[in-house]
Design a protein around this ligand. Structure first.
Ligand code: FMN
Length: 531
């Protein structure tokens, strides 16, 4: 019996065992390049503890061991000497199940094997094991595929597929480079598959209907045994679709057909916490970058101080909430005879967005308080009024400084701002240019410094909250307002000079003075605006 542990791993294992220290399983960095060898190729399956799990204490140091992964943990109480040795071996290298059994039997005797089988099953049920398939030719050992738990849930590969079974890659599967390996994932699966060079040819072949037997015929390819072992890992990771031409649930059933791969991946990543590590506020950049301050750096251009509205007077004269809610409509008509004024624009911004307070949280990040709510009080949204027609304010792209209640000129009118105005006008199907487009941006770092997988959906939720606040305040002020469903963040980057990856548009509204008589229907926009 050989346990394939390197000298360095054995040394680390011994030290950890002696000190009783918590050990983190050494991560294989991707699928290593094959070593060369001659002879008949055979397929070998191996297992090891998932690379992101920790062992506390080191298995050799105590009878009860606690394994902790990023999204769950597993207690292994009262382990026999053989089982402890096997768990320790799994923490440092890949082993065949036979080798592990032999290791246990050598310590505990044959009678220890049944208990070990139960422990091994528990490891699989808890998603603590990585399974790999290797092509071994003489001394050469080539990893072909590795099943990698990435979330919480069982990692228990099922039976190998029938050689003639019709199969193809799920259209929801996505592939990307991660930690030096090609990793294929399916939305909603807590398991991913790393693919080695020797098996990468399967991917294009699996783009259409095929079978394990057909895949084994690929030139320079894999044996049927290897193909079936690899597809077994694909299957448990949810990467395969079954059926045949014309019988494809993923394409024909409405509940699947309506999803694009990226949308379903985004939805699953952000709404199924058990399938990903890094859900919620993980502060993964806490040590690498400083938190971004609540206020963005000021723009160097012209500034316009805005009048501060008298909130006490407004509280006495405003329409009641119910009236505002019931009167709220999307209005896409602006009164050209009597355009919006800078004071009215200032009031709208003040009542919706101004910073009421700044405070520092326990996480060192500056938080803000504004009239609308924001997850974690991060308030990453900024507003850039793009002015075409506003009495008292020259046309151009302005930034609203929420802390100083002033406008800062970002850009004079030009081709880039014209593209943004035209885009908004087209989205709202307006007969003429909107008086003001409120471009809503997110300073992504404010959210992404703290939150991981939920960061982007959180931003979109904030956009919704802000839209409704703008709608209600504009209705109370008898202004015309309409939220828009799309915009071009590249156009905004060109107009503002801001870096697309640092701050970009995530929403936009058109706002203006409301005409006494509307030329266009409120509610759903019509293709042919009334003249
Ligand atoms: C997120 C969002 C996106 C919208 N996108 C557009 C749009 O691109 N163009 C448009 O004319 N109206 C848009 N609207 C306005 C809707 O068409 C409008 O809310 C809907 O027809 C109901 O009418 P109401 O707002 O008057 O109740 C949007 C509204 C929201 C909340």
């Amino acid at each position: 019996m050989t346990v394939e542990t390197t000298a360095a791993q054995t040394a680390a294992q011994t030290t950890a065992a002696q000190t009783g220290a918590r050990t983190t399983t050494a991560a294989p960095t991707g699928l290593a390049a094959p070593t060369t060898g001659t002879g008949t190729a055979r397929v070998v399956r191996r297992v090891r503890l998932r690379r992101d799990a920790g062992c506390d204490p080191a298995p050799a140091a105590a009878r009860t061991v606690r394994l902790t992964g990023p999204v769950g943990s597993l207690n292994l109480p009262d382990l026999s000497a053989g089982a402890r040795e096997a768990v320790a071996a799994l923490a440092f290298a890949e082993h065949t199940e036979d080798d592990l059994g032999a290791l246990v039997a050598a310590r505990d005797g044959e009678s220890g094997l049944l208990r070990w089988q139960l422990t091994f099953r528990r490891l699989g049920m808890a998603g603590m094991l990585e399974h790999s398939v290797h092509r071994v030719t003489g001394a050469a050992d080539e990893p072909l595929a590795r099943l990698r738990p990435i979330g919480r849930g069982a990692a228990l590969p099922g039976p190998v597929p029938d050689p003639t079974r019709q199969v193809k890659l799920s259209r929801f599967a996505t592939a990307g480079a991660e930690d030096g390996a090609l990793v294929i994932r399916a939305p909603g699966s807590a398991l991913a598959v790393e693919l080695g060079t020797g098996a990468a040819g399967l991917l294009p072949a699996l783009a259409g209907w095929t079978s394990p037997a057909a895949l084994a015929q690929l030139p320079g390819g894999l044996t049927l045994d290897a193909v079936r072992q690899i597809l077994r890992l694909f299957d448990v990771a949810g990467l395969l679709a079954y059926g045949s031409a014309g019988q494809e649930p993923e394409a024909s059933e409405r509940r699947f057909a309506q999803w694009s791969a990226l949308d379903l991946m985004f939805h699953s990543r952000t709404r199924r916490p058990s399938t990903v590590a890094g859900y919620g506020g993980t502060y993964r950049f806490g040590d690498r970058f400083a938190p971004e301050p609540a206020s963005p750096p000021p723009f160097p251009g012209e500034k316009v101080a805005l009048a501060v509205p008298d909130l006490a007077a407004l509280a006495r004269t405003d329409k009641p909430l119910t009236e505002v809610l019931e009167q709220r409509r999307s209005v896409r008509d602006h009164d050209e005879q009597s355009p919006l004024t800078v004071d009215r624009l200032g009031e709208l911004l003040y009542r919706t967005m101004r910073r009421r307070q700044t405070f520092t949280g326990g996480d060192r990040q500056e938080h803000a308080d504004r009239p609308y709510p924001s997850g974690g009080a991060v308030h990453e949204l900024e507003v850039y009024p793009l002015v075409t027609e506003c009495a008292g304010l020259k046309p151009g792209l302005w930034h609203y400084a929420t802390d100083r209640h002033e406008l800062e000129l970002v850009a004079e009118p030009g081709p880039a701002t014209a593209a943004l105005v035209a885009g908004a006008r087209e989205s709202a199907l307006m007969a003429s240019d909107p008086q003001v487009v409120l471009l809503v941006t997110a300073r992504f770092g404010r959210v992404m410094w703290k939150y991981e997988t939920v960061a982007y959906p959180l931003i979109l939720k904030h956009v919704g909250v802000l839209y409704q606040t703008f709608y209600l305040v504009a209705t109370a002020m008898d202004l015309a307002v309409c939220g828009l469903g799309g915009g071009d963040a590249a156009d905004f980057a060109a107009a503002s000079g801001l870096d697309f990856f640092t701050e970009g548009t995530v929403g936009e509204l058109v706002v203006g003075s409301k005409p006494m008589t509307l030329r266009q229907d409120v509610g759903v926009p019509r293709r042919e605006p009334k003249r």
